[in-house]
Design a binder for this molecule. Structure first.
Ligand SMILES: NC(=O)c1ccc[n+]([C@@H]2O[C@H](COP(=O)([O-])OP(=O)(O)OC[C@H]3O[C@@H](n4cnc5c(N)ncnc54)[C@H](OP(=O)(O)O)[C@@H]3O)[C@@H](O)[C@H]2O)c1
Length: 252
């Protein structure tokens, strides 16, 4: 069987870098996107050391035209079997701010929602024509909770989750599959910057190994670590008013 061709966005750090190393060890041909050149090169070197063929592209995902150009060019050279939209911006609001400043709001909405949605629409059309392929979104368990400490983050991830599910239904008849991954707390620079506790914290390499294994099995929904699937299910049984009161109190 020929090597799988895989795109991973946000491969210069955290979950994306760990996923790149997992797929490199499986002999995949990897296209790695990131913004910080030095960190992306480090991931690329680690992947090459595992025997994988690597191509890197550094740019800011806020540049939507760059997403289109780079995705079209790479997919034309070597059609992707798997595209993982992982890059994201996190962080909770500072306590002394009522809301995010306009620039930060635009950046987070762009990277967490607009960029993966634009990229996914482009690659979905191409994969549908080929009659195969898988698109993966790294969302967040935050998609299920109206988090007052991070309203925009929760909102972008909720939007992404609904988009992923609708796209999955849309693309099924074309033979293109969609997977939504909803991490809880994974030990990465993003989660380390949070001031809140990180229950059930899992390492990025362990999370990536679980995610890759479940994608290989064809999972449509992945929650990692699993405890957050239980928390979400339990929260669904609690009246919304109680959940809102608990979250509002936690944010004080
Ligand atoms: N860690 C957690 O606990 C957790 C929980 C739930 C969901 N997630 C999700 O998991 C995904 C990966 O997060 P992580 O924890 O691995 O975070 P991370 O270590 O901070 O990595 C984020 C990645 O996204 C890239 N990125 C951010 N803004 C970008 C931009 N404007 N243009 C291009 N690339 C950009 C970063 O690139 P540079 O480093 O090159 O800037 C980096 O590679 C995110 O979607 C996040 O929301 C994480």
């Amino acid at each position: 069987m020929s090597a799988k061709t895989i795109l991973i966005t946000g491969a210069s750090s955290g979950i994306g870098a760990s996923l790149a190393r997992v797929y490199a060890a499986q002999g995949a041909r990897l296209v790695l996107w990131g913004r910080n050149e030095e960190r992306l090169n480090t991931t690329a070197a680690e992947c090459r050391a595992r025997g994988a063929q690597i191509e890197t592209t550094c740019f800011d995902l806020a540049e939507l035209n760059q997403i289109v150009e780079n995705l079209e060019a790479a997919d034309t050279r070597n059609p992707f079997d798997l595209v993982i939209f992982n890059a994201g911006l996190g962080g909770s609001l500072p306590r002394d701010r009522a809301a995010q400043d306009v620039g930060a709001a635009e950046r987070m909405a762009g990277v967490n929602f607009t960029a993966p949605v634009v990229g996914a629409n482009l690659i979905a059309e191409r994969m549908a024509k080929r009659g195969r392929g898988r698109i993966v979104f790294i969302g967040s368990i935050a998609e299920s909770f109206p988090l007052p400490m991070a309203p925009l983050y929760a909102g972008t991830k909720a939007g992404l989750a609904l988009f992923a599910e609708a796209l999955e239904l849309r693309l099924a008849k074309y033979g293109v599959r969609v997977t939504l991954v909803s991490p809880g707390f994974v030990d990465t620079p993003m989660s380390r910057s949070l001031r809140e506790p990180r229950p059930f914290l899992i390492g990025a390499d362990e999370a990536a190994a679980i995610i890759a294994r479940k994608i290989e099995r064809g999972a449509r929904r992945i929650v990692v670590p699993w405890q957050f699937a239980v928390i979400r299910a339990a929260a669904g049984l609690v009246p919304r008013a109680i959940m809102r009161a608990v979250l509002a109190r936690a944010a004080r």
